[in-house]
Design a protein around this ligand. Structure first.
Ligand SMILES: Cc1cc2nc3c(=O)[nH]c(=O)nc-3n(C[C@H](O)[C@H](O)[C@H](O)COP(=O)(O)OP(=O)(O)OC[C@H]3O[C@@H](n4cnc5c(N)ncnc54)[C@H](O)[C@@H]3O)c2cc1C
Length: 380
């Protein structure tokens, strides 16, 4: 009988958990290692939820991945009996003079087969009275979109991984001067080692990953829904993307309050910063809410999060072999949009890791360059 492949996955955010699960499902013997308890609040894969939307401008690759991911989240939801996904829809607000990304999207949706509506600003105001559409030329609405429950998805993936025979352990993996992986003073050894350490990957691989990464902190605020009013709940309001204002948000879910983020890139010390939001963010987010969600004026902030993303120059993920260690596969490069792809990303990583196929050109470490907003899958 052939020996089972021994695999180690380092990092138990969504990238690591889903990769570990898919490796275990393919018959590998897998150990998943993290510095802290999976689901912890320093990881990018924390918080109640993440937006789930197909819009990726002219990029058909991620648009198809999202369609596949929707199916897989629904399957995982059925398998675990937990609510992992709310299909409340996603509303994309196209600001006049700032809508290359939105303009490029309908052709991609038509090719891939993503359902959507295009509303004039007046029609959008009639359908979504929570929003003030001042400055918006039109809106795209994706009905088969919504939000994934981030923390719960990580924990559910972990549960399925353990059910599939995987082992979870605590530990801090470090690298030596040759970027070789070490644990407890000894080299880490296995047939396959997948490193999915999110933003921490840059410091672990100062020669290989740091040159193609920028790490930024993002503050998000949750604002209470008005007393006695359910119109800001996910059952009645979609998530939204407001690129013209550098903002996005999610309707209230399970009592969370409405989440809004005005992306003001902030420095972050991954290990040492307290995860408390900055005062400047509070006032910027409040003025955004005053402008876009007038029904929330005067409502109080009830929760907040401060977490990081690791951005690659072209905002494509990283799934590639370490140039000096041929059993080490680097998997991450979140660029602010990996969560929603979780199950598809994990499946892809497992296939590359077990040499079923090679990686995609866009995920290779070499040859990264910044894309124009028109070409970029994230419009940045
Ligand atoms: C505010 C915010 C909003 C976002 N919104 C969206 C959205 O709407 N939709 C979307 O799809 N995506 C969104 N994202 C991006 C998404 O959350 C990330 O792409 C995704 O969570 C990255 O997962 P990861 O597993 O790569 O990293 P992480 O979740 O950070 O996991 C890395 C793990 O590695 C562990 N680790 C690190 N170093 C070591 C080590 N040396 N040894 C052992 N373990 C180690 C860490 O403890 C951590 O658990 C958002 C991100 C942020 C911060």
């Amino acid at each position: 009988m052939p020996r089972k492949s021994e695999a180690i996955v380092v990092g138990a955010g969504i990238a690591g958990v889903m990769s570990a699960l898919e490796l275990a499902r393919r018959g590998a013997s897998v150990t998943l290692i993290d510095r802290w308890e999976p689901g912890h609040s320093r990881a990018a894969s924390t918080d109640y939820n993440r937006v789930f939307r197909a819009i990726s401008g002219r990029d058909e690759f991620y648009t198809r991945w999202v369609r596949d991911a929707r199916q897989r989240w629904l399957e995982m939801q059925a398998e675990t009996g937990q609510t992992l996904y709310y299909e409340c829809g996603a509303l994309i607000l196209a600001t006049a003079g700032h809508c290359d990304w939105e303009d490029a999207t309908p052709a991609t949706f038509d090719t891939v087969g993503v359902p959507y509506y295009r509303f004039s600003a007046d029609d959008a105001a009639a359908h979504f009275p929570q929003f003030d559409f001042t400055g918006i030329s039109y809106a795209l609405f994706e009905p088969e979109a919504g939000m994934v429950m981030a923390h719960r998805c990580v924990r559910a993936g972990l549960e399925l991984f353990e059910r599939a025979g995987g082992t979870v352990r605590r530990g801090r993996v470090v690298t030596d001067e040759n970027e070789r992986l070490m644990l407890d003073g000894k080299p880490l050894e296995a047939d396959l080692i997948v490193v999915a350490t999110g933003a921490w990957m840059a410091d672990m691989f100062p020669r290989t990953i740091k040159p193609i990464s920028a790490i930024i902190g993002i503050n998000v605020l949750y604002t209470s829904t008005p007393d006695g009013d359910d119109s800001f709940d996910q059952a009645r309001m979609p998530c939204w993307i407001d690129h013209g204002e550098g903002s996005f948000g999610l309707s209230s879910v399970e009592g969370s309050g409405v989440k809004a983020a005005v992306v003001i890139p902030d420095r972050i010390d991954l290990d040492n910063d307290e995860r408390l939001i900055k005062r400047e963010t509070l006032s910027r987010t409040r003025s955004y809410i005053r402008k876009r969600l007038p029904g929330l004026i005067g409502e109080r902030v009830v929760d907040s999060k401060f977490n990081q993303v690791i951005l690659t120059p072209d905002t494509h993920f990283i799934v590639d072999w370490h140039p000096g260690h041929d059993n080490v596969l680097l998997a991450g490069g979140c660029s602010g949009h990996l969560f929603k792809h979780g199950p598809v990303f994990g499946d892809f990583v497992a296939g590359v890791g077990l040499k079923e196929y090679g990686t995609a050109d866009r995920f290779k470490i070499a040859g990264r360059k910044k894309l124009s907003p028109r070409e970029s899958p994230s419009g940045r």
